[in-house]
Design a protein around this ligand. Structure first.
Ligand SMILES: C[S@@+](CC[C@H](N)C(=O)[O-])C[C@H]1O[C@@H](n2cnc3c(N)ncnc32)[C@H](O)[C@@H]1O
Length: 220
């Protein structure tokens, strides 16, 4: 293994030991993008592609024309790779992309990017606590690379569902084994919040782990 790749593997493994807010991300923020590229970090592209299967430029243009843009929360946005990729494949004029993350240093990296990488709002949030947005504020929520060991588990779902509109979608990644081992808990939290799993499928993730995407609807 090249030393560059070995360094990236060690950085990933370090984040799995903490609570996601540990020094692992604080110290990693500046080199995160570069190292993840070495691990062929495909999840941001995978999840935006999945989101676009459900939201077309035409439908969101129509919503914007009727007076309110589609609001998306990228929860656990890190350095903003989801926003950066979305901006290359989707007309951002018709959406408002909000980003939240527990690690301020990761958010600083988003702010250093051109146009804040497409985010109109960036806040420190903790998915394990009530989120600082009004109830049913978002039309859709994306999380990418956040449901995994040492980070967030399905007990964070109610906090996300609270800020999602009825009829809206949570489109998320999880490490495949992490989801499968806690599937009963995912089902329990979805049921308690009147949400339905529409789809789960394998996605390109990164070279160390298999990933899946889940599409969860908050029922009307
Ligand atoms: C693997 S990174 C993914 C970042 C970004 N979504 C991406 O695709 O590159 C995981 C991110 O989750 C954040 N995180 C971990 N625990 C969190 C929590 N409880 N609430 C909010 N963000 C959290 C970390 O700070 C980190 O930025």
């Amino acid at each position: 293994m090249s030393s560059d790749r070995e360094e990236a593997v060690q950085s990933i493994r370090a984040t799995e030991k903490g609570d996601g807010s540990s020094d692992a991300y604080r110290g990693w923020a500046k080199t995160y993008d570069e190292q993840l590229e070495k691990m062929e970090w495909a999840a941001p592209k995978s999840i935006v592609t999945k989101w676009m299967e459900h939201y077309s430029p035409e439908s969101l243009q129509a919503q914007a024309a009727s007076g309110r843009k589609h609001r998306i929360l990228d929860a656990g946005c890190g350095t903003g790779l989801v926003g950066e990729y979305m901006g290359t494949v989707f007309p951002m004029d018709n959406v408002e992309l909000y980003g939240g993350d527990i690690t301020p240093e990761m958010l600083e990296e988003v702010k250093a990017k051109k146009g804040n990488a497409g985010y109109v709002d960036l806040q420190v949030i903790d998915l394990k606590k009530e989120l600082p947005y009004e109830e049913e504020f978002f039309d859709s929520v994306i999380t990418c690379g956040v449901f995994l060991v040492g980070h967030c588990g399905p007990d964070c779902l109610p906090n996300i569902f609270r800020v999602l509109k009825k009829g809206g979608l949570l489109i998320t990644t999880s490490r495949k084994t992490f989801y499968e081992e806690a599937k009963d808990d995912w089902d329990k939290y979805m049921k308690e919040s009147n949400c339905t799993l529409l789809e789960s499928c394998d996605i390109p993730y990164h070279t160390l782990e298999k990933g899946i995407s889940l599409v969860i609807k908050k029922n009307n």
